[in-house]
Design a protein around this ligand. Structure first.
Ligand code: HQG
Length: 182
């Protein structure tokens, strides 16, 4: 498989495991898991042909470790980023670092200054532990603007934080008073 093939499969997996399982009629359980054999079989209906070995390679080499298998490798799910409302990843609430970062772009700033960081179509607001990752996230949309989040104070004020399997920090909403705009 070339890197291009892997990226193509990864994008397809993000679509069906996070956003639109109905695109291939794939059942996801309440915790977001899909049966691997079923995923492979149903993907063929959309001309996405990959073997279980190829799937394992995509999961293992994925730049952001977006997907995970269960212990016996019979099930697969996305580690975060879902928009399917009914999925509960059952993440454990944990204490965040003092500061976290969010990469965004200029056109969203005035709206963020009014309503804070909103989860939009996803289940959570996504935050990064380091500037480099936040810059990459923001750069998907243009020139990145980095917001510094006072997660330590938020936590002291009772806000809940989670960390996904692939180290993305998640929370429900970041009110403006905890955002440093520079
Ligand atoms: C913005 C990718 C206006 C927010 C990344 C962002 C990440 C507001 C966009 C993951 C707003 C939502 C998530 C407000 C937030 N007014 N705009 N009040 N509050 N926004 O894609 O954080 O490659 O849902 O700044 O690497 O960009 O898919 O979130 O620009 O980890 O694995 O609304 O997606 O990972 O966009 O990215 P998204 P995100 P994957």
């Amino acid at each position: 498989m070339t890197d291009k093939d892997k990226k193509h499969i990864s994008k397809f997996l993000s679509l069906v495991l996070r956003h639109r399982p109905e695109y291939i009629g794939l059942p996801l359980n309440t915790n977001g898991w899909a049966n691997v054999d079923e995923l492979i079989e149903k993907s063929r209906t959309r001309h996405m042909n990959f073997s279980s070995e190829e799937l394992a390679e995509v999961v293992a080499t994925n730049d952001k470790q977006r997907f995970a298998f269960n212990d016996d490798k019979s099930m697969i799910r996305a580690n975060q980023g879902h928009s399917v409302k009914t999925i509960d990843l059952q993440l454990e609430a944990i204490k965040p670092p003092e500061f976290l970062y969010h990469g965004t772009v200029e056109k969203f700033i005035s709206s963020i200054q009014q309503s804070g960081l909103q989860k939009r179509s996803r289940q959570h607001v996504h935050l990064s532990e380091d500037l480099e990752t936040a810059t990459k996230v923001g750069s998907r949309r243009g020139e990145a603007i980095i917001l510094k989040i006072d997660s330590g104070t938020m936590f002291k004020n009772g806000f809940t934080f989670y960390r996904s399997e692939n180290n993305v920090w998640l929370t429900n909403h970041v009110p403006v008073e905890f955002i440093e705009f520079k």
